[in-house]
Design a protein around this ligand. Structure first.
Ligand SMILES: [Zn+2]
Length: 125
């Protein structure tokens, strides 16, 4: 049995949106080279999404403020050690966050690029 208590529906129009452990999610399939990623489906709104969709905050047990602070430091170019020291966050946690944030940023980038209408003014110079 899959433990889905950490996950919640990501459809903002869904009544179950953001509620974890509501029993509304089921695993509809697996993907990835070793089938390690799950596709989830919400029974309330029928939305499907990957368990990896979501923000870097999704899988963190840190208070959100700490996560954001650590991510800001990483974004500003601080190393993992430095970020950990400045934010008083465990170095291993910072490493994991920065990896998650990197993956998230890439997905977000792909989504934004995919969705952005072409700019009529042409490329920015
Ligand atoms: Zn839903």
């Amino acid at each position: 049995m899959d433990d889905l208590s950490r996950f919640c529906c990501l459809n903002s129009a869904c009544p179950e949106h953001g509620k974890r452990g509501g029993g509304n999610l089921t695993v509809t399939g697996r993907y990835g080279h070793d089938k390690s990623r799950r596709m989830l489906r919400c029974s309330a709104c029928k939305a499907r999404f990957s368990e990896r969709k979501g923000t870097p905050l999704f899988d963190s047990r840190l208070p959100p403020g700490k996560v954001e602070s650590a991510l800001e430091h990483i974004a500003e170019g601080c190393g993992v050690r430095q970020t950990g020291r400045l934010c008083k966050v465990n170095r291993g946690t910072v490493g994991r966050l920065s990896k998650l944030a990197g993956e998230h940023a890439r997905h977000l980038h792909d989504e934004l690029v995919g969705l952005s209408p072409p700019d009529a003014r042409g490329p920015v110079r």
